[in-house]
Design a protein around this ligand. Structure first.
Ligand code: SAM
Length: 300
């Protein structure tokens, strides 16, 4: 379970979720018809090795990401959400935004992967050991960012906005923000503070993109946590023990009330839009997928 101020590296606790979604992106990239190709994801998996690399080489057929019931859908989900947020950044850049803030950057490789316009600065926030791992792996491979990239090592449950300004973020200029795969790992109070921080620092012409997951009913959530604890060797990595299962408010409502134009797209709708199957009613992926919304918001 989580505790105030807990921290992690790339293979432990919440840090390993960054590796898990990167592994899914690497598997998506292996398909004949990938929704998106993230060539850096594979480098991270191979740097850690073990099952993280084996699954890419077909040496771990029992890996969670290979299961028909959950894994294959999860890989589609990651391809789908990466494409959604790549398109969001393309729109923000086309609208003239040159400051990008990636909250909980994890192993997000967009600074290296997307064709940023000249003069773009990308601020990446995450826990210090996660940023250390990412920097070391990319440096070993000689990867060069395609924009000015600045790291900010923080706990996003604390006040991070001053650290961002200290690194040169200018609230007077428009910015594009992303919170992808983050909110579920924050308590509702920190989600509220995060939204408030974005709204305070985002000048006119700014954009925000958010992935959110509605919480499970309390009794269902507690049963899932109990099941994970009772059988830690079940082959499933802990998930319910890492999330707070809280939501301060749906992002479309929160930002809408503050003058932003916010549009939410349910994950399952976007899966259909990009031609990937929606998990069936009995699928293990359905409770998760049916709760996720991808949100894009703009401040005029
Ligand atoms: N956004 C990345 C992506 O989609 O590939 C990473 C998502 S990963 C599922 C969750 C990330 O959130 C991890 O990198 C983790 O370190 C970061 N994270 C979660 N809670 C955090 C906190 N309190 N402070 C800083 N980073 C946090």
């Amino acid at each position: 379970m989580r505790s105030d101020g807990d921290s992690w590296d790339i293979t432990t606790s919440v840090g390993s979720t960054a590796l898990f979604v990167a592994t899914a992106r690497a598997l998506e990239a292996q398909k004949a018809d990938p929704l998106v190709v993230d060539p850096y994801a594979e480098l991270f998996c191979r740097a850690v090795g073990g099952s993280w690399a084996d699954v890419l080489d077909g040496r771990d057929p029992d890996h969670e990401l290979k299961s028909e019931d959950f894994g294959q859908h999860f890989v589609n989900f990651q391809g789908c959400r990466t494409r959604y947020f790549d398109a969001y950044f393309e729109r923000a850049a086309a609208a003239g935004v040159r400051q990008v803030v990636i909250l909980a950057a994890g192993l997000d490789s967009r600074a290296y992967r997307l064709p940023w316009p000249e003069g773009t600065t990308i601020f990446e926030l995450d826990q210090p050991q996660v940023l250390d791992f990412k920097r070391q792996v990319l440096a070993e491979h000689g990867a060069q960012p395609r924009a000015e990239r600045r790291e900010i090592a923080v706990d996003l449950r604390d006040d991070w906005s001053q650290a961002l300004r200290d690194k040169g973020f200018d609230p007077e200029r428009p910015s594009a923000w992303i919170a992808e795969g983050l909110l579920i790992y924050l308590p509702a109070t920190a989600q509220e503070a995060l939204f408030t921080g974005i709204d305070a620092l985002a000048g006119p012409g700014s954009h925000a993109a958010i992935e959110e997951g509605a919480p499970l009913p309390r009794d269902e959530y507690e049963a899932k946590v109990a099941a994970e604890r009772a059988d830690p060797d079940a082959g499933q990595r802990p998930f319910f023990q890492l999330v707070y299962n809280e939501q301060c408010a749906p992002a479309t409502e929160w930002f809408g009330r503050r003058g932003w134009t916010a549009v939410g797209t349910p994950l399952n709708d976007y899966l259909r839009e990009v031609g990937r199957p929606v998990p069936g009613p009995d699928s293990e992926a359905t409770p998760m997928f049916s709760r996720i919304t991808l949100v894009s918001a703009a401040k005029s």
